[in-house]
Ligand binder design. Structure first.
Ligand code: FES
Length: 530
């Protein structure tokens, strides 16, 4: 099996029974904030795009690059579709001219022509990608590969059960706006960033250990930031709080925990993977490339400057009445929303900075009051500050997912009172009836779900499944004193009270081994019915 690195989360897999192109991303994403690094725009995409199968893990724009897919990927390719809850991905592919689809069933192995086998695991919680993320497992001639990219399954057992994996490709770096955009003292940002960076690596080691593949390929990031306004997010300033460590840092950190089987793919690197080993050739020595990272970034910054300028020029739409449009689009969704609106629980304020860089229009999305209105000097839980032009553009194009556009751009700052509130972001990625209904249904189901199984860990009896997204805490939970950390997303819980210290809600059931649980903590399923 041949794996050609094509940048970021992208790769081309070649076997004698067919080729699969995965997640080809070349054009900047999220308001021209993210670019693939190392640069992959010089690859021979005409040839790379001439494939039998196409797989895109999810609709995040650093994976689903519509312009590139349209221009470079052969429309004869069969699209391997994850089983997502909405038809958005298929609809987008059809709009680009693709007509051949293989609609996979979640976690079911499919045998394609010539003995090529694939299996796609689809993750479908509202917090997985933009309503869905996925991983691709491939087997040919005894060689097995898992392209986990940036998906976060609770565990990898479903893949491990299919036989020993030879190549495991997964994310290790950051892909979020936290903590950089928060209006915090620099020392706090550094401390939070450092924690986040450590958690990212811990999670990666855990996945690697779960699968014990012969070879581990760090992929799916980090992106680079070429706009002068965002340049500081590149990990080139010896900042221990930077959440975007690159592949060379991965190799160094992996070595510290005993990892010796890491392989970095530059765009154009080719790994030949067999059941007994892997040989890799690179377009240039990997170490040498990363030793010159700053020079590569500076060269890219100059080369891509016109692209960024052209994008910026397209964002302003002075004809858009932002308050009026937001009212029209968001108020019907607030009316439909039960769980998300309740989860947000208070007003969220947007400060929109005008073209002059000075004037500010403050608008509130009032979740309890179910309306969008001018800010009225009230206390708010969340405040976002961004350029008015960006919101004008989102309204102009009818964007239904502000996470997959505004928030991932990092072109905003944020302040909040209290804990992180996942419902705020879940709502702003569901600005269509279809998405909102799905998210509401998902939370409804999970709110009602009874999670009765307990485990013992670090002297505590706790519910087996994490209250966040159901990670198995016997594998992901770490108890330190009275605190439990779930390593899947790093959420922390105070065990004596059950309180989640990371996000509002999400109480955990826990009591000390040998002590009686508080009455309210006895799982519903084990109580006699009255
Ligand atoms: S599943 Fe997300 S922190 Fe546990």
């Amino acid at each position: 099996m041949r794996v050609t690195g094509t940048g970021h989360a992208s790769m081309r897999i070649d076997t004698a029974a067919g080729s699969i192109l995965c997640d080809p991303w070349v054009n900047p994403a999220y308001f021209a904030s993210w670019f693939p690094f190392p640069d992959n725009s010089q690859l021979d995409w005409e040839t790379l795009g001439d494939v039998d199968y196409l797989y895109v893990s999810h609709l995040h724009r650093d994976h689903f690059d519509a312009a590139h897919l349209k221009r470079y990927v052969a429309k004869k390719a069969t699209v391997l579709l994850p089983e997502f809850p909405t038809s958005e991905m298929e609809d987008e592919f059809r709009e680009l001219g693709f007509t051949k689809f293989l609609k996979t069933r979640n976690e079911e192995v499919v045998e394609l022509d010539g003995g090529l086998k694939i299996m796609i695991q689809a993750l479908t919680s509202p917090t997985d990608g933009p309503i869905g993320d996925s991983s691709l497992w491939v087997e040919y001639d005894g060689v097995r590969l898992l392209n986990q990219n940036d998906a976060r399954p609770t565990d990898l057992s479903v893949f491990a059960e299919l036989g020993h994996v030879h190549a495991h490709l997964l994310q290790f770096s950051g892909a979020i706006w936290y903590p950089m955009v928060y209006e915090l003292p620099q020392s706090a940002k550094t401390a939070f960033g450092k924690q986040k960076r450590e958690r990212q690596f811990d999670r990666t080691w855990r996945y690697i250990d779960d699968l014990k593949a012969d070879h581990v390929f760090p992929i799916a990031g980090p992106p680079c930031f070429l706009d002068d306004e965002l340049w500081q997010f590149n990990d080139i300033f010896d900042d221990e709080g930077n959440i975007f460590p690159d592949q060379s840092v991965f190799l160094a950190e992996y070595a510290k925990v005993g990892g010796t089987n890491g392989i970095v793919l530059l765009p154009g690197s080719v790994a030949e993977v067999t059941t007994s080993g892997a040989t890799t050739t690179h377009p240039q020595p990997v170490e040498e490339f990363f030793a010159n990272k700053v020079a590569h970034l500076e060269e890219m910054r100059e080369r891509k400057r016109p692209i960024i300028e052209a994008e910026k020029a397209s964002w302003r739409h002075p004809e858009v009445d932002v308050l009026k449009e937001l009212k029209q689009r968001i108020e019907p969704l607030l009316d439909e929303s039960i769980y998300l609106a309740k989860g947000v629980g208070g007003p969220v304020r947007f400060d929109l900075v005008g073209y002059d860089g000075d004037s500010v229009e403050s608008i509130v999305v009032d979740f309890p009051g179910k309306q969008v209105r001018p800010y009225a000097d009230e206390k708010v839980r969340y405040r976002f500050r961004t350029e008015r032009a960006l919101v004008e553009h989102l309204l102009h194009i009818g964007e239904v997912d502000w996470v997959n556009s505004l928030f991932l751009s990092c072109r905003f700052s944020a302040a909040r009172i209290g804990q992180y509130n996942e419902f705020v972001y879940a709502f702003f990625k569901c600005l269509s009836t279809e998405r909102l209904q799905y998210a509401e249904g998902w939370y409804d189901e999970h709110e009602r779900a009874v999670d009765a199984e307990d485990i013992t860990i670090g002297g505590w009896t706790v519910q087996r499944r994490c209250p966040h997204l159901k990670a198995d805490l016997s594998r992901f939970g770490i108890v330190d004193g009275d605190q439990l950390t779930c390593q899947l997303h790093g959420w922390r819980f105070d065990l004596p009270s059950g309180r989640c210290l990371t996000s509002v809600g999400h109480k955990i059931r826990a009591h000390r081994v040998g002590e009686e649980p508080a009455a309210a903590e006895v799982p519903q399923a084990s109580q006699p019915s009255s």
